[in-house]
Design a protein around this ligand. Structure first.
Ligand code: ADP
Ligand code: MG
Length: 258
């Protein structure tokens, strides 16, 4: 039951690091409730793409519009920088990001980590923030650890707390950059299950991952990146079963046979 409202619209996005062309002619629209998984080899530009969406990296060319706020390529003219900084602030209010490394505050408890953003950034009421944090910790199965410190937790538990922390900011869309790549294999599924539940709740998400079982189950749409291009974009069924490019075929034949 998704509507077709556009949450993110990317037009002709490019990114260079010096001479190195990392993103090329990226065009993609993300709609409300869509779960897009981005897959592809290391170095293909997946992280750079997500980081551009949040203006953690400055795009070289093209446009990114998220909920009405536009980031412009830095080559497109004067005063762009200023507009971008302003729009990036608006974008960051609505876009959550979950990284491979969870980056929890080590000296704060689980609960303190989750209420930090709402209280410091959103100036939310403390009691309400605690109540909401407890609800979210329950949702990710971490309520009983609310008074623990991050280093007392497994990687999978820390990542679930990091997801609760992101949800506490009430994002309209969440970007996940290889959320399970730093985990021991035994903890991967507990995190993927939480992300799958968010997908089932209708959260709009872009998930960079190598977990193909998760992609097959959770994604409405799969984008395959290679050399800075999105070379495949379709349903999991289309992209896995009938890739249009040799490159994607090769990639799947390697990973699916291991
Ligand atoms: P992926 O996430 O798909 O593995 P990345 O987006 O991290 O790929 O990187 C894409 C390319 O950009 C790689 O060649 C990488 O070495 C290069 N790159 C990434 N970040 C930087 C940076 N800050 N400076 C220079 N090159 C970078
Ligand atoms: Mg990456």
């Amino acid at each position: 039951m998704t509507t077709r409202d556009t949450v993110i619209s990317v037009k002709n996005l490019s990114k260079y690091y010096g001479e190195l062309s990392v993103l090329r002619k990226i065009d993609i629209d993300v709609h409300t409730g869509e779960v897009i998984c981005i897959i592809g080899p290391s170095g293909s530009g997946k992280s750079t793409f997500l980081r551009c969406l949040n203006y953690l990296e400055k795009p070289t060319g093209g446009e990114i519009t998220i909920l009405g706020n536009t980031l412009y390529g830095i080559s497109s003219g004067a005063n762009v920088e200023k507009a971008n900084e302003k729009n990036a602030r608006e974008i960051r209010k609505n876009v959550g990001m979950v990284f491979q490394q969870f980056n929890l505050w080590p000296h704060k408890t689980v609960l303190e980590n989750v209420i930090e953003g709402p209280i410091q950034v959103k100036k939310a009421d403390k009691r309400a923030s605690i109540q909401r944090a407890e609800d979210l910790l329950k949702k990710v199965g971490m309520l009983e650890k609310k008074n623990a410190y991050p280093l007392q937790l497994s990687g999978g538990q820390q990542q679930r707390v990091a997801i609760a922390r992101t949800l506490a900011m009430d994002p309209k869309v969440i970007l996940f950059d290889e959320p399970t790549s730093a985990l021991d294999p035994e903890f991967v599924n507990e995190v993927l299950n939480v992300i799958k539940e968010l997908a089932d709740d209708g959260m709009t998400m872009i998930v960079v991952t190598h977990e193909m079982g998760f992609v097959a189950k959770a994604a409405n749409r799969v984008c395959f990146m290679d050399g800075g291009y999105i070379i495949e974009d379709g349903s999991p069924q289309e992209v896995f079963k009938h890739p249009r490019t040799e490159r994607a075929k090769q990639f799947f034949s390697k990973i699916l046979n291991v």
